[in-house]
Design a protein around this ligand. Structure first.
Ligand SMILES: NC(=O)c1ccc[n+]([C@@H]2O[C@H](COP(=O)([O-])OP(=O)(O)OC[C@H]3O[C@@H](n4cnc5c(N)ncnc54)[C@H](O)[C@@H]3O)[C@@H](O)[C@H]2O)c1
Length: 282
């Protein structure tokens, strides 16, 4: 029996890139899929996979779209077992940008990456609460690790973080992407708060914090003509998707899983997360 036989997985931003690989990996584990995206390629997802697929054009930053996706998914399948908050965008932004640019960037980056995850969480959590079971995976970035988060600084032996033990940086992405990184730190904040609040209801919440992975987004940074040696270094979306399946199979909650170029893409051992404190008995 496959890991997700009889289960339903909802993946946002699944038309291309990592989300597409996540959807296919979940289907390969037996999950029926609900996928959404703003791109028309979403209409073709699943023609080559042996699983039920509900395809929806929707914008994760719009509350009404999110409600529609979740309502259609529940109406079609009657449950949602896995939510992957993957839809994301990138743009450069600096603290010195003029107000018009910075407000547009804020809506674009925070609206998609953070508000999208927030809206889907709020819409799906009640369904998972009623089931008493569920997995939420928020797709972050290695920037929240390469800044030298306290856990990494204290654990020089972190197997898959090349930055472990190095001095912290102001944001992992650097000063030219303050809003992207803020959106991803925000996603991490949701991850830890949800993990703590929902553990006793059987809902596990984790984040994935990968580095450069071959995708539409990454190729766009290289004008879709990356140098062969650069392209060869990138991690493959299918390998990150395998890591996500391993994470769901493991059953942990409240963790943030790194994957770095040039390092093994493996699930690290379970660890105590200093951000998710054990509840004190009253
Ligand atoms: N590729 C990398 O190297 C990398 C590294 C770290 C983190 N990430 C994160 O992984 C996730 C996926 O990135 P990717 O590299 O596959 O990007 P991508 O651009 O290749 O794919 C992103 C998908 O999200 C969709 N999307 C964007 N905005 C949307 C919206 N408002 N509503 C619905 N769908 C929307 C896009 O249409 C696209 O299909 C993102 O959250 C990104 O920040 C990627």
């Amino acid at each position: 029996m496959a890991l997700l036989d009889g289960k339903v997985a909802l993946v946002t931003g699944a038309a291309v890139g990592l989300g597409n690989a996540f959807a296919k990996a979940l289907a390969a584990e037996g999950a029926r899929l609900s996928v959404c995206d703003v791109r028309e390629e979403i209409d073709a997802l699943g023609v080559d996979i042996d699983s039920e697929v509900l395809r929806i054009r929707a914008d994760v930053s719009i509350a009404a779209d999110v409600q529609r996706v979740v309502a259609d998914t529940e109406k079609t399948y009657g449950r949602i077992d896995v939510l992957v908050n993957n839809a994301g965008v990138w743009a450069g932004s600096r603290p010195t940008d003029d107000l018009d640019k910075t407000l547009a960037d804020y809506d674009y980056l925070i609206g998609t990456n953070l508000k999208g995850s927030f809206l889907f969480g709020r819409a799906v959590i009640p369904i998972m609460l009623a089931q008493g079971d569920g997995d939420i995976v928020n797709i972050c970035t290695d920037h929240v690790q390469t800044c030298g988060s306290p856990w990494q600084l204290d654990h020089d032996d972190a197997p898959n973080c090349p930055w472990a033990g190095q001095p912290p940086r102001p944001t992992g992405g650097g000063p030219g992407m303050d809003l992207y990184d803020a959106s991803k730190w925000g996603q991490l904040g949701l991850t830890f708060a949800w993990a703590q609040a929902l553990e006793r209801h059987g809902i596990r919440v984790n984040a994935m914090c990968m580095g450069a992975t071959d995708s539409y987004m990454l190729r766009s940074f290289h004008n879709f003509e990356p140098a062969p040696e650069e392209e060869a270094r990138w991690m493959k979306a299918a390998d990150i998707a395998r890591l996500m399946i391993d994470l769901i199979r493991d059953g942990r909650t409240g963790d943030y899983i790194g994957a770095a170029v040039g390092h093994p893409i493996v699930l690290p051992p379970r660890r105590a997360n200093p951000y998710v404190l054990p509840r004190k008995p009253r």
